[in-house]
Each structure stands twice: as C-alpha cells, then as structure tokens.
Design a protein. Structure first.
Lengths: 114, 116
C-alpha cells in the first residue's frame, strides 16, 4: 500500500512567522510532488510542484525535496491569516503506469493567528 | 477561461437509491480524475480517464461505483444502491496530460453527497 503521511495538525503559528509543513512518502520511484491548498468548503488548488532534489522557491513559498529520505516539505514565510487552510501533499504514483495518478496525504491544517 | 464544473453541487438521497454525478472538464484537457473526500480526510482516488485509453478503475471501492466519459469530455460517476458510508464530497479534476507526471490537476467545486 503506497502511502503519503502528513501530520494532521492543527499547526498554529503567529502572523509573520515561518510555517513548516512536512510530508513523507513510501514509494521510492515517485518522481513528482505537489502541494495543494484547500480552504474550508472549497476545492484544492495547486500552490507548488517540485521534481528535483533541493529547494524550489515561489514568492513566500519554498518546497524542499529529499528523495533519499523520501521527504518533501513546504515552508511559508511571513505567514498571513489568509494562509490558514489545509495543505495537502500529493505524490505521483509513478509505479502504477498511469503517470497522472496522484496519492494524497490527509492534509495538515494550518492556523495563522493575527 | 472556464474551469472544471460539477453538478449538482449538493445531492441528498435516501439509502438504496442510485445517484449520478457529472463533471465537465476544462476544454482540451485529456485527463480526467474522480476523487472522494470524506469529512476531515484527504483525497481518495477513484478513477482516471486518459484520452482513448482504458480507464484506471483501481480506486473504485465497490462494484456499486462506475464511471464513464463520453466523447473524451464530460464524465458521469454513478453510485448504485447508495449506502450511508458513500456520504462525502466527490471531486473531479482534469489536466492536459503530457505523460511526464508533472501536469497540474485542476479541481472542480465538488458535489457534496449525503445519504440518509
């Protein structure tokens, strides 16, 4: 059973702080990794994707990937109350033969307090 | 442009009834996915359509669930003889699949199904 694990939280940080969200995955052949944000009652939207080891930055967001440790993280700098949402980690199920298929973690709820 | 649309937005049904959920993907997207999200849970993969290939049905939880995609566009997810455990939000997503596993999936607003 291929798994993607996240701490469900809630993770609470003060406004302006760095929020660190973590994700581990079980399938070593996975190649593509995604972070989706889901506001309460809304559908998920993609905020970051990463495919190579190391860091990828986009504005206040940085995704970090370590394939050897099967670990992917998302850092949110200068956290804002509008960042309060559930963050879903998704991993490509490369071994399934259907390259588009994603396995999602259960999500981490982030609360940014003013 | 228009995003992924789903209908109905909410569906309340009685146990044992059949329901049909519809998804209209983004125009030109070749891949279409159905997921289920129960309260407080992550997304559970159900089925995946890609072009004219046979669908990946590996996530369907029972033979009461089926889906079809007509003309490579609109998809319908059918649940027969609904059970209370089928209550969830059913999400549809589409992508323009290039085959490299890097494509962004765009989600519709979902259909909230409640089985009484």
């Amino acid at each position: 059973q291929k798994e993607v694990e996240q701490n469900s939280g809630p993770l609470s940080v003060p406004e302006g702080a760095i929020a660190s969200l973590n994700c581990t995955y079980s399938d070593r052949v996975s190649q593509s990794f995604f972070w989706y944000r889901q506001y309460s009652g809304k559908s998920p939207e993609l905020i970051m994707s990463i495919y190579s080891n190391g860091d990828k930055e986009d504005g206040r967001f940085t995704a970090q990937l370590n394939k050897a440790s099967q670990y992917v993280s998302l850092l949110i700098r200068d956290s804002q109350p509008s960042d309060s949402a559930t963050y879903l980690c998704a991993v490509n199920d490369y071994g399934s033969g259907n390259t588009g298929k994603l396995i999602f973690g259960q999500g981490t709820t982030l609360q940014v307090k003013p | 442009g228009a995003g992924v649309s789903q209908s109905p937005s909410n569906k309340v049904t009685e146990k044992g009834k059949d329901v049909e959920l519809r998804c209209d993907p983004i125009s030109g997207h070749t891949a279409l996915y159905w997921y289920r999200q129960s309260l407080g849970q992550g997304l559970e993969f159900l089925i995946y359509f890609q072009g004219n290939s046979a669908p990946d049905k590996s996530g369907l939880p029972s033979d009461r669930f089926s889906a079809e995609r007509t003309g490579g566009s609109v998809s319908t997810l059918t649940i027969q003889r609904t059970q209370q455990e089928d209550s969830a939000v059913y999400l549809c997503a589409s992508s323009y699949e290039t085959g490299g596993g890097t494509d962004t999936q765009y989600f519709g607003p979902g259909t909230r199904l409640t089985v009484l």
